[in-house]
Write a protein that binds this ligand. Structure first.
Ligand SMILES: [Zn+2]
Length: 74
């Protein structure tokens, strides 16, 4: 895969697997060891381990504005 998986806080992302409500767009509302995402369909939020999130993550739909100092993060 040539495309890098980059995502960040506040991004709206497209997931491979839809939420039970039918929506597959999620907003990242917390970043850390685990990532909290909120469904844009039903507003339900879930905490998922980063590895699991990356498996389900497809792409960023709407990128949140980035701060300059985030570029240095690995
Ligand atoms: Zn939902």
């Amino acid at each position: 895969m040539a495309e890098a998986k980059t995502y960040g806080l506040g991004d709206v992302v497209l997931m491979k697997k839809p939420h039970p409500c039918g929506a597959n767009e999620m907003e990242i509302i917390r970043m850390g060891m685990d990532i909290r995402i909120k469904c844009r369909g039903c507003q339900h939020s879930v905490l998922v381990p980063r590895a699991k999130f990356e498996k389900r993550f497809k792409k960023v739909l709407i990128a949140a504005p980035k701060k300059e100092d985030e570029a240095a993060t690995e």
